[in-house]
Design a protein around this ligand. Structure first.
Ligand code: PMP
Length: 285
């Protein structure tokens, strides 16, 4: 079966799918994206992901490429045409194709859109969650508007590569006050010894994760106490548990930070319970 991508109005075989060399996404990373989990062929929390896409576009003054009802159809169509049961759907919108020049192109320039879908190995993810993952910490060297889900991800790529080269799954960024902001592609959490679940407040210093929002609903329903505040690297070392969240990894236990074991060095009960209950609180469409 050939894989299909949606590119600017057309469903095309992935191997022929292409964007213009003067697409501002290609030239300047002048665009935004979203990643939504696909579960049993349905989109998880699509509404919140699309709301965030609309917000990211608005912050950068990029127009919506199509009405939201049409976008909804395209997302489902790409998932269906690729017969994705479990995986992700990816949507990227850029400011469009124009002669390479830094200022915004003429207002008549149409935004460009690409939608793809990929299967993920659910069994492999469950194995990883059962074992837990390691993270490293790095100085946060990104711009101040990481609340916008921009496709400009150079610092994130370098951080993730550094993590992989040190045998870790993720890199957690640390701000100038030695407090963790978030991961290179996930939000960061700890559970304190008195059982409080802590994650950084969603200001301009982190991406307001959709998984993060759902996990907040889950932990409240489980009767856990949430603290939305910054926490230091030392607090994370001393935590009872740590975990990260993202649409593609859900709740992933963190068992090592910079080679120091977190808690007893195994995935914690809170992380496991949040992961187990996650889809009861996530929307499906
Ligand atoms: N922070 C960053 C920097 C990310 O790239 C992601 C993943 N897109 C997240 C947090 C988690 O967001 P979500 O739960 O919406 O996937």
């Amino acid at each position: 079966m050939s894989r299909i991508a949606y590119v600017n109005g057309q469903y095309v075989p992935r191997r022929h799918a292409a964007v213009h060399i003067e697409d501002r996404g290609y030239q300047f990373s002048d665009g935004v994206y979203e990643v939504c989990e696909v579960r049993e062929g349905r989109l998880v929390d699509q509404r919140r992901h699309i709301e965030r896409l609309v917000r990211s576009l608005g912050e950068l003054r990029i127009k919506l490429p199509m009405p939201l009802s049409a976008l909804n159809v395209v997302l489902h169509e790409v998932v269906a045409r690729n017969r994705i049961k479990n995986g992700i759907v990816y949507v990227q919108v850029t400011r469009g194709v124009a002669r390479r020049d830094h200022p915004f192109p003429p207002p008549s320039t149409k935004p460009a859109i690409v939608v793809t879908a990929n299967a993920l190995d659910a069994a492999k993810a469950e194995t990883m969650a059962a074992e837990g993952v390691a993270v490293i910490t790095l100085p946060d060297n990104r711009w101040e508007r990481v609340d916008i889900k921009a496709i400009a991800l150079l610092p994130n790529i370098l951080a993730k590569q550094a993590a992989r080269e040190q045998g870790a799954r993720e890199a957690w960024y640390v701000d100038k006050e030695n407090r963790i902001t978030e991961g290179s592609s996930s939000n960061a959490w700890i559970v304190t010894h008195d059982g409080k679940v802590v994650t950084r407040q969603a200001d301009h210093g982190i991406l307001k994760g959709i998984t993060r929002a759902v996990v907040i609903d889950v932990l409240r329903a489980q009767g856990l106490e949430l603290e939305e505040r910054a926490f230091t690297v030392e607090e994370a070392y001393a935590a009872r548990e740590a975990f990260l969240t993202s649409a593609s990894q859900l709740v992933m236990p963190v068992i090592r930070i910079n080679d120091r074991p977190v808690g007893n060095g195994a995935p914690g009960l809170v992380s496991a319970a949040l992961r187990r209950d996650f889809h009861r609180y996530a929307g499906l469409s």
